[in-house]
Design a protein around this ligand. Structure first.
Ligand SMILES: NC(=O)c1ccc[n+]([C@@H]2O[C@H](COP(=O)([O-])OP(=O)(O)OC[C@H]3O[C@@H](n4cnc5c(N)ncnc54)[C@H](OP(=O)(O)O)[C@@H]3O)[C@@H](O)[C@H]2O)c1
Length: 284
């Protein structure tokens, strides 16, 4: 397929790279320049503008930071540039409300397909894609989706796919904080890092997603993967969804504050695991 990927952050580059490896023709665009080098060297085409990127493509994908970014791009230049035959797919993690607006703004040709998995998992074809929208449209996207992953879950609407994505994210965001606090208790009681590893690294209490971050939380690794800024944003999305049903989430509120604090203290481009540094500094 001919595909445009708008947004060359960590996830956009991973998506574009995977699509190129799978034999699709890929044009890419990013707001700031010089982010697409590795994609161009893989055979992608860097477009000068959104209009240029989506010219003649079968599918236009946005993979952008947050609601504000997707609103600016999708409801701005993309809406007037996109051809009628082109399917528009937003893979960003945004609010269900915005995905509902996009479904209305691009009638009959919009899908929300948020992604569960890291940039590395996307590159390896191991991420899970949550496809929300019209089933026939999801079928039309099959050549692209099947080269991205063998695991595609379907939802009847875009908003439901986003609710599923945010539900998943809140769980991991909270678990990372719980792990950081468990390490803090162990260390405060005199346990060494090796003893904490021995006690917990293969504990049945840890799900695989948390095991993937075990060393990062133990050591405070900053290796950017899913940044504290995006983590705080996703906790906020979770709080808003529950608030829409008149339910408060006291734990999620603390989780959001902790990632916001980490971001404000210079860890904005660090992985969510780095939240553990707040505890090491004694300042959570
Ligand atoms: N990283 C993960 O593990 C992961 C996993 C699943 C889902 N996600 C979701 O995937 C999305 C992208 O994440 P990421 O890790 O790729 O983030 P990222 O590396 O921080 O990249 C963010 C992208 O958004 C663009 N952007 C931000 N504001 C913009 C605006 N106002 N107008 C146009 N472009 C704008 C950035 O452009 P510039 O380069 O110009 O700043 C960049 O291309 C997010 O919604 C995130 O929650 C991430």
């Amino acid at each position: 397929m001919d595909i445009a990927v708008l947004g060359m952050g960590r996830m956009g580059r991973a998506l574009a790279g995977r699509l190129l490896e799978s034999g699709h023709r890929v044009a890419v665009w990013n707001r700031s320049k010089d982010k697409a080098g590795e994609i161009v060297s893989q055979g992608g085409r860097e477009a000068d503008s959104i209009v240029d990127a989506v010219d003649g493509v079968d599918v236009a994908i946005t993979m952008l930071a947050n609601d504000h970014a997707v609103r600016e791009v999708a409801l701005g230049e993309l809406r007037s540039a996109i051809a009628h035959k082109t399917i528009y797919v937003d893979c960003s993690t945004v609010s269900p409300a915005l995905s509902g607006e996009l479904a209305e703004a691009f009638p009959g040709r919009f899908l929300a397909v948020p992604v569960v998995g890291s940039p590395l998992a996307v590159r390896a074809g191991q991420a899970v894609y949550l496809a929300g929208g019209n089933g026939d449209l999801i079928d039309r996207l099959a050549p692209a989706l099947s080269s991205l992953s063998s695991t595609v879950r379907r939802y009847d609407t875009a908003s439901l796919a986003l609710a599923a994505k945010v539900t998943n994210n809140l769980l991991l965001l909270s678990q990372v904080i719980s792990l950081a606090e468990a390490f803090t208790v162990g260390r405060s009681g005199g346990l060494s890092d090796d003893q904490l590893r021995e006690l917990l690294s293969s504990s049945p209490l840890l799900p695989q997603g948390l095991k993937n971050r075990f060393e990062g939380v133990l050591t405070g690794s900053q290796d950017p993967w899913w940044t504290t800024v995006l983590g705080a944003k996703d906790a906020g999305l979770a709080i808003d969804i529950a608030r829409g049903a008149d339910v408060d989430l006291p734990q999620a509120t603390v989780v959001q504050q902790l990632y916001e604090k980490a971001a404000a203290e210079g860890l904005d481009d660090a992985d969510i695991s780095a939240v553990t540094q707040l505890y090491q500094d004694g300042t959570p």
